[in-house]
Design a protein around this ligand. Structure first.
Ligand code: GUN
Length: 308
């Protein structure tokens, strides 16, 4: 018998979370007459960022939030961006502020992120939010790693005492992921580009979270039987970049779109060994938006003095 890993469906879990958020939104509107509002600032014309922002706005519509996207010119100065954020900081109809990354090089990203009031920092990227996460205090937590914890919990996957290995040490995913897993009492290892013998670590993982931004980085020989595999990577592969296996597997995508999306995990090799695995697409991606909406709800409740 061929063993097949159970797929963890991001869209399904994200739908449940959005339904829960929508229910609470109705309650807040009924009780307080206030509709949660999220404002997203998009600088420049990066096509991927435009898609992300559009999806965030669609998510807002689905749960009954007010949403606004502010477009700013590619050549905007840090000062102009700070002025805009300051205005939003004091706008009582705006409960969450998000500046879509990456920002163009002339903009001082750290000054921008630090200018958002921590109580409106729904991305959780403000040093105050990050510091509270380290200090194990209640705060707004970056959406992708908190979405991963949510996926594991909703699939009843035990975290406590498990060997959890993270590949990637980014500020947005790897680092907060490590802290959240420590809070859940996992034993955590963080691998990165300078790690010697990455396979020795990943083979030891009972929960493996990969966020490296490198297609097919994790092959079948790097994973042990029964591992829970969470693939955070989203890599666009065009027809001329694809190897024959991917060409065959994603034939329809290449014919209709000329490209496909794959993760950092070699799914065809790893899936037969894993106990659970998130596909790409259809895995972690939709969870990020669901958790952003959940953060915006939490921020709104904090600002209105409602019990969490
Ligand atoms: N760019 C890529 N991912 C993210 C994210 O989670 N938040 C923001 N603001 N920008 C991003």
């Amino acid at each position: 018998m061929i063993k097949i890993a159970e797929l963890i469906s991001g869209p399904e879990i994200a739908k449940d979370i959005k339904a829960e958020v929508a229910e609470e939104v109705s309650e807040i509107v009924r009780l307080k007459g206030v509709r949660p509002g999220l404002t997203v600032i998009l600088v420049g014309d990066d096509p991927a960022s435009k898609v992300y922002v559009r999806n965030k706005q669609l998510g807002c519509e689905q749960v009954g939030f007010k949403s606004e996207a502010i477009r700013m010119d590619e050549n905007v100065s840090t000062e102009d961006l700070l002025k805009k954020i300051d205005h939003l900081n004091y706008d009582i109809n705006v409960h969450g502020i998000l500046v879509q990354l990456p920002l163009p090089p002339q903009v001082d990203k750290n000054r921008v992120l630090e200018s958002i009031f921590p109580e409106k920092d729904v991305d959780g990227f403000h040093p105050m939010s990050m510091g509270k996460l380290v200090a194990q205090q209640d705060c707004l937590v970056p959406a992708t790693p908190s979405g991963i914890i949510e996926m594991l919990k909703r699939k009843d996957i035990k975290i406590q005492g498990k060997e959890a290995v993270i590949v990637g040490r980014s500020v947005i995913v790897g680092r907060p992921m490590a802290l959240l897993l420590i809070n859940e009492s996992a034993t955590v290892t963080v691998c990165h580009t300078k790690t010697r013998d990455m396979g020795a670590h990943t083979r030891n993982a009972e929960i493996l979270i990969v966020s490296a931004g490198r297609p097919n980085l994790i092959g079948g020989d790097m994973v042990s039987e029964g591992t829970v595999v969470i693939d955070v990577g989203i890599n666009r592969i065009s027809k001329d970049q694809a190897d024959p296996e991917i060409l065959k597997w994603r034939k329809d995508d290449f014919e209709t779109k000329g490209a496909t999306l794959i993760g950092d995990v070699n799914f065809l090799e790893v899936e037969p060994k894993a106990s659970y695995i998130t596909p790409v697409p259809g895995g972690v991606g939709p969870m990020t938006i669901a958790m952003l909406l959940k953060n915006t709800l939490k921020a709104t409740k904090m600002q209105l003095g409602l019990k969490l």
